[in-house]
Design a protein around this ligand. Structure first.
Ligand SMILES: Cc1ncc(C[n+]2csc(CCOP(=O)(O)OP(=O)(O)O)c2C)c(N)n1
Ligand SMILES: [Mg+2]
Length: 329
């Protein structure tokens, strides 16, 4: 694995803080109805992404996830201004403003969405990996999904085929404890989701998802296994989301105390504590990073605010059309 250095910690701090503040901004402009539709935020889960990105080769590896998908493309290299503009429904967005919150996509940076159908991306992730294996590309696909999605039947069909064909894919369940308001405890007779891999003899296990180092180590091992041609791995990464499922969630299913407990092991605080302990940055340098993050979020907001809406004619460009389609007159 790439060494975890002082620079890694500083990058993790700045990136995770930016992702969090970027989404805090989204929450506030959502209330002002500048962003419409659904909005599922990632606050609290940042270490899963930070650790995974550290283990990936960003020149070739791929990523696919569900609808909690605003910061992953940024991590993969997409311009955050374009992501913010997409959420505003503006023409400068990643899909010209026609996808919106749940459908961020960046083929250029190998980020394949952004999927609203729970678990829909599990077979798609295996499909991306199949294509790479078929074409002889040395790439691995990281397929993320939630604890709720892990209970979809398509997971089993996908796991079977992925193991049978030894596809270069890493399946990562981001277990944030809840599927909307339904806790993991309520949907199965045990909470060790990683054990679903055992039935397929797929290497699998649990991971501490509040610590980017733990995530990086586990994902690195899985990626190396896939690169050696030994097939998939299934990781249950235990994490937590601080905000509601989506913006309209009264959160009656959990206590404030529970949220506060997780904030004590917040990934950003954990990384900042190491930076302070090891004197990787002075208070002044940390303050400068905080300011840089604030400025960048502002820049994204300004870009989205000032961008135009797409031309109405663009709508026709994204509708499938085939003149000789045989089934309609
Ligand atoms: C097939 C399908 N069923 C139901 C829904 C409604 N739905 C949207 S999100 C969600 C919960 C999924 O929870 P989880 O997989 O744990 O992901 P998280 O939101 O926690 O990231 C449900 C049931 C849906 N979008 N698609
Ligand atoms: Mg969940």
């Amino acid at each position: 694995m790439k060494k975890i250095t002082k620079q890694t910690y500083l990058n993790w701090y700045k990136d995770m803080l930016f992702w969090r503040k970027f989404e805090d901004k989204l929450a506030s402009v959502y209330i002002q109805q500048k962003v419409r539709g659904f909005l599922h935020l990632y606050n609290g889960q940042e270490a899963v992404l930070a650790g995974s990105l550290h283990a990936m080769d960003l020149t070739k590896d791929k990523m696919i996830t569900a609808y909690r998908n605003h910061v992953q493309p940024i991590g993969m290299g997409e311009d955050p201004k374009r992501v913010m503009a997409e959420l505003y429904g503006k023409a400068t967005g990643t899909s010209h403003g026609m996808g919106g919150s749940m459908h961020i996509f960046s083929k250029e940076h190998r980020f394949y969405g952004g999927h609203g159908i729970v678990g829909g991306q599990i077979p798609l992730g295996a499909g991306l990996a199949f294509a790479d294996k078929y074409k002889g590309n040395d790439a691995v696909t990281l397929t993320f999904f939630g604890d709720g999605a892990a209970r979809q039947g398509s997971l089993h069909e996908t796991f079977n085929m992925a193991m049978n064909w030894k596809l270069p894919v890493v399946f990562i369940v981001e277990d944030n404890g809840y599927a909307m308001g339904t806790s993991v405890e309520r949907t199965a007779n045990h909470t060790d989701i990683w054990k679903l891999g055992l039935g397929y003899e797929m290497p699998c296990g649990p991971v501490d998802g509040m610590n980017p180092i733990k995530v990086a180590e586990a994902v690195d091992e899985a990626i190396q296994r896939a690169r050696r041609g030994e097939g998939p791995t299934f990781l249950q990464v235990k994490t937590y989301r601080y905000r509601g499922h989506s913006m309209s969630d009264a959160q009656h299913y959990r206590t404030k105390e529970e949220v506060e407990e997780y904030k004590k092991i917040d990934p950003i605080t954990q990384v900042l504590n190491v930076i302070k302990e090891k004197k990787y940055a002075t208070d002044k340098e940390i303050e400068a990073m905080n300011q840089e993050v604030k400025d960048l979020v502002k820049e994204c907001e300004k870009f989205a605010e000032e961008s135009p809406y797409p031309e109405i004619n663009l709508l026709h460009d994204v509708v499938y059309e085939q003149e000789d389609y045989p089934f309609i007159k």
